[in-house]
Design a protein. Structure first.
Length: 465
């Protein structure tokens, strides 16, 4: 492989790895804030116990996520200097605001929340964790606004003298229609992930038995299950909206998601296809009639452009070359994203139904199934991002710069390979640390505070240790 292939692999590895922590952080921060609110309003000690229990897991995940996220910025200068030079004026604004406003908000008030137990006024302490939750979502929006500009560049002018895209309308960047569609979809997926994380661990505790343990974690099971189901419905709705925006802005990505080579009116959506790897020859297919037409256009008989027609149109617009993404990757990541998300929702539905129907701890088979539950949305998120980025190829900035032109011209394959191996090994070590810490604290049962009121005054930062 040459330098560009290695650079793409490195960025893909580090990005997917980092994004394992992001949706848990976003979703779990709001759930912890909700539990803290329940303790504040009711004074019930079990909500304080749950708040501190999930707070531990949130902090572990947040810390590892911060460390892995820093590497993302390093790579722009290391392996993608040509790209950084081209988009620096655009990317600088939202990423600077993300760091100075959103991340500052998160980190500052997270510190106040950690060390403010029984030291800050109760309302101030509660407000701190809610500001952390708000900060995580603001951070996500500014980063998604930057990424959405790569999908659909707006609010810029091209300076031929410098060879750079220059920002002239920051409002247009922040209100990019791709960002407005991507943000609610990503946040919904994050709540799905956070809810599944909570539900899976709480169900495991119910399996362990014991009156105290069951009584404590039943509310977490219900909260996690309801969060997963509501978030799954939101993912479906926002994904439908995003599909139509994607068809409008990047029709080749939508065509590649179905391996649709010829323009069709109407177009079906294949749930499973057996044939050639690139989808050009079909042996058997399980297809939803009119499904792709509705997803792409909002009408059951809508016209969906095929890969071949779009290739010809792009050649006329951008010049000779292949404008087709990797068809097998886009086709299967799109479906696997949906599959793992649906599986998570089904397990949550069964868990909630079982609790409501029988009023007792879930059966062992359900809990065993739920052990895998926290992983399902993470896999779905990863496939979703792979589809989003791979489906845009060969563009690194759609219509403006191809990926091959964004790589650092002076960095050789050996240097990229060395850094890729280094980061991969480092991330492997961090993964082991993360899993061991999560397993250690997830198995524990929160201790009951000695003071039986919501206004307990005992020192309570020990929950961090």
């Amino acid at each position: 492989m040459d330098a560009i292939d290695l650079a793409r692999w490195q960025f893909g590895i580090t990005t997917v790895y980092h994004f394992l922590f992001v949706p848990i952080t976003i979703g779990l921060s709001a759930l912890v804030a909700g539990l803290h609110t329940a303790w504040y309003r009711t004074g019930k000690l079990k909500y304080r116990q749950l708040t501190q229990f999930w707070g531990k897991l949130f902090l572990i995940n947040f810390a590892i996520g911060v460390v892995t996220g820093i590497v993302q910025e390093f790579q722009f200068g290391m392996n993608w200097s040509a790209y950084s030079k081209f988009v620096g004026d655009i990317f600088g604004a939202p990423l600077a605001i993300e760091g100075l406003l959103a991340f500052f908000l998160e980190s500052t008030f997270l510190g106040l929340w950690i060390f403010g137990w029984d030291r800050l006024p109760k309302r101030v302490h509660l407000a701190s964790i809610w500001l952390v939750a708000i900060g995580t979502q603001l951070s996500a929006y500014f980063i998604l606004a930057a990424n959405s500009w790569m999908q659909w560049p707006v609010g810029y002018t091209y300076n031929k003298a410098t060879g750079r895209a220059e920002l002239h309308d920051f409002g247009a960047v922040l209100t990019n229609k791709v960002a407005l569609a991507t943000f609610p979809h990503t946040i919904s997926a994050s709540f799905l992930t956070g809810g599944a994380f909570m539900l899976g661990i709480a169900l495991w505790h119910l399996l362990r038995g014991g009156k105290e343990r069951v009584e404590l974690f039943r509310p977490a099971v219900k909260l996690g299950a309801i969060t997963v189901l509501v978030a799954a419905a939101a993912v479906f709705v926002t994904g439908d909206i995003q599909g139509k925006i994607m068809t409008e802005t990047q029709p080749m990505k939508m065509a590649a998601a179905e391996a649709l080579y010829e323009t069709s009116e109407p177009a079906g959506f294949s749930l499973l296809t057996i044939g050639s790897l690139d989808g050009q020859r079909e042996v058997w297919s399980l297809t939803v009639p009119h499904g792709l037409s509705f997803l792409a256009t909002g009408t059951w008989n809508g016209k969906v452009q095929g890969i071949n027609d779009l290739q010809q149109a792009y050649e006329q617009r951008f010049g000779p070359g292949s404008y087709k993404p990797n068809i097998p990757v886009t086709y299967w990541t799109f479906r696997l994203m949906i599959l793992f998300g649906v599986l998570a929702a089904l397990i949550a539905l069964l868990a909630l139904w079982h609790l409501r129907r029988q009023g007792r701890s879930p059966s062992k088979w359900l809990v065993h199934a739920a052990i895998a539950l926290p992983l399902l949305p993470l896999i779905a998120n990863s496939f979703g991002w792979i589809f989003t980025e791979m489906g845009r190829q060969p563009w690194i900035v759609f219509g403006l710069m191809q990926t091959r032109d964004g790589v650092s011209p002076t960095v050789g394959a050996g240097s990229v390979l060395t850094s890729m191996i280094t980061f991969t090994v480092l991330y492997g070590v961090l993964a082991v640390i993360e899993v061991l810490l999560l397993l250690r604290f997830a198995r524990t049962v929160p201790a009951v505070p000695t003071e039986p009121t919501a206004g307990a005054t005992e020192p309570d930062v020990a929950f961090l240790y």
